[in-house]
Design a protein around this ligand. Structure first.
Ligand SMILES: C[S@@+](CC[C@H](N)C(=O)[O-])C[C@H]1O[C@@H](n2cnc3c(N)ncnc32)[C@H](O)[C@@H]1O
Length: 192
Protein backbone atom coordinates (compact mmCIF):
# COMPACT_ATOMS: atom_id res chain seq x y z
CA UNK A 1 0.00 0.00 0.00
CA UNK A 2 1.14 3.53 -0.82
CA UNK A 3 2.59 5.43 2.19
CA UNK A 4 -0.12 8.11 2.13
CA UNK A 5 -2.93 5.56 1.67
CA UNK A 6 -2.01 3.74 4.85
CA UNK A 7 -3.92 5.38 7.75
CA UNK A 8 -1.13 4.79 10.28
CA UNK A 9 1.59 6.23 8.04
CA UNK A 10 -0.66 9.05 6.84
CA UNK A 11 -1.37 10.06 10.45
CA UNK A 12 2.37 9.90 11.22
CA UNK A 13 2.87 12.37 8.33
CA UNK A 14 0.15 14.65 9.76
CA UNK A 15 2.02 14.79 13.09
CA UNK A 16 5.37 15.36 11.39
CA UNK A 17 3.96 18.26 9.35
CA UNK A 18 2.46 20.12 12.34
CA UNK A 19 3.73 23.71 12.33
CA UNK A 20 4.45 23.81 8.58
CA UNK A 21 2.17 25.37 6.01
CA UNK A 22 2.22 27.21 2.71
CA UNK A 23 1.06 30.64 3.87
CA UNK A 24 4.06 32.36 2.21
CA UNK A 25 3.40 30.52 -1.05
CA UNK A 26 -0.27 31.46 -0.91
CA UNK A 27 0.65 35.10 -0.22
CA UNK A 28 2.81 34.96 -3.38
CA UNK A 29 -0.12 33.52 -5.34
CA UNK A 30 -2.37 36.31 -4.10
CA UNK A 31 -0.02 38.86 -5.68
CA UNK A 32 -1.00 37.45 -9.09
CA UNK A 33 -4.51 36.09 -8.56
CA UNK A 34 -7.62 38.02 -7.47
CA UNK A 35 -9.63 36.91 -4.47
CA UNK A 36 -12.55 34.73 -5.51
CA UNK A 37 -10.60 32.98 -8.29
CA UNK A 38 -10.91 29.21 -8.60
CA UNK A 39 -7.90 27.22 -7.35
CA UNK A 40 -7.26 23.47 -7.50
CA UNK A 41 -4.84 22.13 -4.90
CA UNK A 42 -2.99 18.91 -5.76
CA UNK A 43 -2.00 16.64 -2.87
CA UNK A 44 -3.86 18.30 0.03
CA UNK A 45 -2.57 15.83 2.63
CA UNK A 46 -3.97 17.03 6.00
CA UNK A 47 -5.54 20.05 4.28
CA UNK A 48 -3.79 22.85 6.16
CA UNK A 49 -3.07 24.75 2.93
CA UNK A 50 -6.55 24.05 1.57
CA UNK A 51 -7.98 25.82 4.64
CA UNK A 52 -5.72 28.80 3.92
CA UNK A 53 -6.56 28.85 0.19
CA UNK A 54 -10.28 28.73 0.98
CA UNK A 55 -10.03 32.00 2.94
CA UNK A 56 -9.41 33.93 -0.30
CA UNK A 57 -10.26 31.66 -3.22
CA UNK A 58 -12.93 29.21 -4.36
CA UNK A 59 -10.74 26.26 -3.51
CA UNK A 60 -11.02 22.67 -4.68
CA UNK A 61 -8.90 20.08 -2.88
CA UNK A 62 -7.52 16.91 -4.39
CA UNK A 63 -5.20 14.06 -3.55
CA UNK A 64 -4.39 10.65 -4.96
CA UNK A 65 -4.84 9.28 -1.44
CA UNK A 66 -8.52 8.52 -0.76
CA UNK A 67 -7.56 8.43 2.93
CA UNK A 68 -6.61 12.13 2.95
CA UNK A 69 -9.62 13.17 0.85
CA UNK A 70 -12.03 11.35 3.16
CA UNK A 71 -10.22 12.66 6.25
CA UNK A 72 -10.71 16.25 5.04
CA UNK A 73 -14.31 15.58 3.99
CA UNK A 74 -15.18 14.37 7.48
CA UNK A 75 -13.86 17.61 8.96
CA UNK A 76 -15.36 19.80 6.20
CA UNK A 77 -18.49 18.11 4.80
CA UNK A 78 -19.20 20.98 2.38
CA UNK A 79 -15.69 21.03 0.88
CA UNK A 80 -15.22 20.62 -2.87
CA UNK A 81 -12.92 17.60 -3.17
CA UNK A 82 -11.64 15.32 -5.92
CA UNK A 83 -9.56 12.16 -5.91
CA UNK A 84 -6.95 12.97 -8.56
CA UNK A 85 -3.57 11.65 -9.54
CA UNK A 86 -1.34 14.66 -10.20
CA UNK A 87 0.11 12.99 -13.28
CA UNK A 88 -3.07 12.21 -15.20
CA UNK A 89 -5.44 14.80 -13.65
CA UNK A 90 -8.55 13.13 -15.00
CA UNK A 91 -11.20 15.81 -14.61
CA UNK A 92 -13.11 18.04 -17.02
CA UNK A 93 -13.22 20.88 -14.47
CA UNK A 94 -11.34 24.13 -15.28
CA UNK A 95 -9.58 26.45 -12.84
CA UNK A 96 -7.87 29.85 -12.67
CA UNK A 97 -4.89 28.38 -10.80
CA UNK A 98 -3.38 25.09 -9.68
CA UNK A 99 -1.37 24.88 -6.46
CA UNK A 100 0.69 22.25 -4.69
CA UNK A 101 3.04 22.28 -1.72
CA UNK A 102 5.70 19.53 -1.59
CA UNK A 103 3.82 17.04 -3.74
CA UNK A 104 5.30 16.98 -7.24
CA UNK A 105 8.75 15.83 -6.02
CA UNK A 106 7.13 12.38 -5.65
CA UNK A 107 6.76 12.24 -9.46
CA UNK A 108 9.51 11.14 -11.84
CA UNK A 109 10.84 13.94 -14.06
CA UNK A 110 8.91 12.47 -16.99
CA UNK A 111 5.72 12.40 -14.87
CA UNK A 112 6.31 16.02 -13.86
CA UNK A 113 6.49 17.02 -17.54
CA UNK A 114 3.22 15.14 -18.21
CA UNK A 115 1.59 16.71 -15.17
CA UNK A 116 2.55 20.25 -16.20
CA UNK A 117 1.30 19.65 -19.75
CA UNK A 118 -2.02 18.36 -18.37
CA UNK A 119 -2.27 21.25 -15.88
CA UNK A 120 -2.04 23.74 -18.76
CA UNK A 121 -5.12 22.04 -20.27
CA UNK A 122 -7.08 22.42 -17.01
CA UNK A 123 -6.41 26.14 -16.69
CA UNK A 124 -8.48 28.99 -17.99
CA UNK A 125 -6.56 31.33 -20.37
CA UNK A 126 -3.76 33.11 -18.55
CA UNK A 127 -4.14 30.70 -15.61
CA UNK A 128 -1.39 30.19 -13.05
CA UNK A 129 0.39 27.22 -11.51
CA UNK A 130 2.33 27.56 -8.26
CA UNK A 131 4.25 24.54 -6.94
CA UNK A 132 6.90 23.99 -4.30
CA UNK A 133 9.74 21.44 -4.41
CA UNK A 134 12.65 20.31 -2.26
CA UNK A 135 15.84 21.90 -3.60
CA UNK A 136 18.87 19.83 -4.50
CA UNK A 137 20.28 17.38 -7.02
CA UNK A 138 19.41 13.84 -7.96
CA UNK A 139 16.77 11.65 -6.36
CA UNK A 140 16.39 9.07 -3.60
CA UNK A 141 13.88 6.69 -2.10
CA UNK A 142 12.75 7.06 1.50
CA UNK A 143 10.01 5.09 3.27
CA UNK A 144 9.10 3.57 -0.10
CA UNK A 145 8.56 7.01 -1.64
CA UNK A 146 10.44 8.75 -4.46
CA UNK A 147 11.98 12.14 -3.75
CA UNK A 148 13.25 14.06 -6.80
CA UNK A 149 15.25 17.22 -6.06
CA UNK A 150 15.47 20.28 -8.30
CA UNK A 151 17.42 23.45 -8.92
CA UNK A 152 15.89 26.36 -10.86
CA UNK A 153 17.80 25.07 -13.91
CA UNK A 154 16.69 21.41 -13.72
CA UNK A 155 13.15 22.51 -12.93
CA UNK A 156 13.07 24.76 -16.03
CA UNK A 157 13.95 21.69 -18.14
CA UNK A 158 10.62 20.10 -17.13
CA UNK A 159 8.52 23.13 -18.10
CA UNK A 160 7.02 22.93 -21.61
CA UNK A 161 6.52 25.70 -24.15
CA UNK A 162 2.88 26.14 -23.12
CA UNK A 163 4.11 27.97 -20.02
CA UNK A 164 5.89 31.17 -19.13
CA UNK A 165 8.04 30.92 -15.99
CA UNK A 166 7.21 33.94 -13.82
CA UNK A 167 9.35 32.89 -10.87
CA UNK A 168 11.66 30.04 -9.86
CA UNK A 169 13.25 30.93 -6.53
CA UNK A 170 14.66 29.40 -3.37
CA UNK A 171 12.89 29.81 -0.04
CA UNK A 172 13.22 28.41 3.47
CA UNK A 173 11.05 25.60 4.78
CA UNK A 174 13.35 24.20 7.49
CA UNK A 175 16.77 25.54 6.57
CA UNK A 176 18.25 28.07 4.16
CA UNK A 177 17.53 27.44 0.47
CA UNK A 178 16.04 23.99 1.09
CA UNK A 179 12.99 24.66 -1.08
CA UNK A 180 12.00 26.03 -4.46
CA UNK A 181 8.91 27.95 -5.52
CA UNK A 182 7.88 27.65 -9.17
CA UNK A 183 5.29 30.08 -10.49
CA UNK A 184 4.03 29.60 -14.06
CA UNK A 185 1.55 31.37 -16.29
CA UNK A 186 -0.25 29.45 -19.00
CA UNK A 187 0.76 30.85 -22.35
CA UNK A 188 4.07 31.58 -24.04
CA UNK A 189 4.42 35.32 -23.74
CA UNK A 190 1.95 36.97 -26.10
CA UNK A 191 -0.50 34.04 -26.60
CA UNK A 192 -2.59 32.09 -24.13
C1 LIG B 1 4.46 15.59 1.50
S1 LIG B 1 2.70 15.42 1.42
C2 LIG B 1 2.23 17.14 1.28
C3 LIG B 1 0.82 17.35 1.71
C4 LIG B 1 0.39 18.79 1.84
N1 LIG B 1 0.51 19.50 0.58
C5 LIG B 1 1.16 19.48 2.92
O1 LIG B 1 1.87 20.46 2.61
O2 LIG B 1 1.09 19.02 4.07
C6 LIG B 1 2.45 14.80 -0.19
C7 LIG B 1 0.98 14.63 -0.58
O3 LIG B 1 0.95 14.39 -1.97
C8 LIG B 1 0.06 13.34 -2.25
N2 LIG B 1 0.53 12.72 -3.48
C9 LIG B 1 1.67 12.03 -3.70
N3 LIG B 1 1.75 11.63 -4.98
C10 LIG B 1 0.63 12.10 -5.59
C11 LIG B 1 0.12 12.04 -6.91
N4 LIG B 1 0.76 11.39 -7.88
N5 LIG B 1 -1.05 12.64 -7.17
C12 LIG B 1 -1.74 13.31 -6.21
N6 LIG B 1 -1.32 13.41 -4.93
C13 LIG B 1 -0.15 12.81 -4.62
C14 LIG B 1 0.13 12.43 -1.03
O4 LIG B 1 -1.01 11.60 -0.92
C15 LIG B 1 0.26 13.45 0.08
O5 LIG B 1 -1.00 13.89 0.53
Amino acid sequence: MNFYEDPEQAEAYVQMAVGYDGRELIARLRQHLPDGATVLELGIGPGVDLDLLAVHFRATGSDRSAYFVERYRQQNPAADLLILDAVTLETDRRFDAIYSNKVLHHLTRQELRLSLARQAQLLNPGGLALHSFWAGDGEEEMMGMRFVYYTPETLAEQVGGEWTILESTFYVEMEENDSLLLLLRRGSGSSN
